[in-house]
Design a protein around this ligand. Structure first.
Ligand code: MN
Length: 326
């Protein structure tokens, strides 16, 4: 996935202000990815920039792509982050500059480590299924890992959860004793939950984590609050359980993590620590410097970086002043 807004904002994401449980309802905003795909972006939000190391959440579809090109995200770079691709329906072809060529299918976790620099493309295959629906998230890498060797890992067998009211899959981290095999660089959690109509699930949580729950389909009551699809309920930290219930059924991605201790600067597809660092990555992408190898070859179709904001970034508070009530 690539941020292809023509004038992407530059985000300074300061350390979390999580200070106990709360319920703050956030509504994702619609963004075009190129000319073909519309997504709902739930993170970063104006009020909540990050949940643990989670710094970006796009929800695409469900979209009928039978007579449409589907996802057409050409080669583009990343630094300082990991991408998590999680399909609910459909298929996407991932290719990257470390040589990965992978057909991404529902129920599989595909974790790409951008580290010091990677280039990838995400394209709907010619023989794609008629519906495309999924999520892509980014994780900020901590200082100790943000210049790591770029890498790509696929996990096609993930542990499941089941209860009377629904079921789940642990993508990253653990729920009770159920642990994902995928490696993370900071303590964090991602669980995909499917509630049956009339179903209820209660999950144990780590009180040291802050959490948020994004509803992809249906309407789900989370910690007593109704949350509609394409909304994210920020839950703060200090909880040892969360209860979800739904009359109509729904699909929820529960995210968590230890509040991220470092201030990051996010712009376009880069995560760095300063405006100048990110501007440097942009220049290296323009020049196709060694940091950003080809996916196929130097004649490949790429996404050009937009212009940098003319105003230099200043760190902003994570929350707007009117929401200090929590
Ligand atoms: Mn991408």
């Amino acid at each position: 996935m690539s941020d292809v807004e023509t004038k992407p904002d530059e985000y300074a994401c300061t350390a979390s202000g999580a200070a106990g449980p709360e319920e703050l309802l956030l509504t994702g905003r619609t963004v075009w990815l190129g000319k073909t795909t519309q997504v709902v972006r739930a993170l970063p939000d104006r009020q909540i920039r990050m949940i643990g190391a989670w710094c970006f959440l796009d929800h695409f579809g469900p979209e009928d792509v039978a007579d449409a090109p589907g996802m057409q995200v050409w080669a583009h770079p990343h630094t300082g982050l990991q991408t998590v691709t999680w399909l609910l329906e459909g298929e996407i072809d991932h290719a990257d500059s470390v040589g990965s060529r992978v057909r991404v299918r529902p129920g599989e976790l595909h974790l790409m480590t951008g580290g010091r620099g990677i280039v990838h493309s995400e394209l709907s295959p010619a023989d794609k299924p008629p519906t495309m629906h999924g999520l892509q998230l980014w994780l900020a890498l901590p200082e100790s890992a943000r210049f790591a060797e770029p890498a790509f890992a696929s996990h096609r067998s993930l542990p499941g959860l089941s209860g009377d009211g629904g079921s789940g899959t642990v993508l990253l981290g653990s729920v009770g004793t159920v642990r994902s095999p995928a490696h993370t660089y900071t303590p964090l959690l991602a669980v995909d939950l499917e509630l049956q109509p009339g179903g209820e699930l209660t999950l144990p949580l780590q009180p040291g984590y802050e959490h948020g729950a994004f509803v992809a389909t249906g309407t789900v009551e989370i910690a007593g609050r109704p949350v509609d699809h394409d909304q994210l309920l920020y839950l703060g930290n200090g909880r040892d359980t969360v209860t979800l219930r739904s009359e109509v059924g729904g699909r929820v991605l529960l995210l968590g993590g230890e509040p991220f201790a470092e201030e990051i600067v996010m712009w376009w597809n880069f995560v760095g620590r300063s405006h100048d660092e990110v501007a440097g990555y942009r220049q290296e992408w323009l020049e196709r410097a060694d940091r950003f190898p080809a996916v196929v070859d130097r004649s490949e179709r790429v996404m050009e970086a937009p212009d940098m904001p003319t105003v230099r970034l200043r760190p902003r508070p994570r929350r707007s002043p009117e929401r200090k009530d929590a």
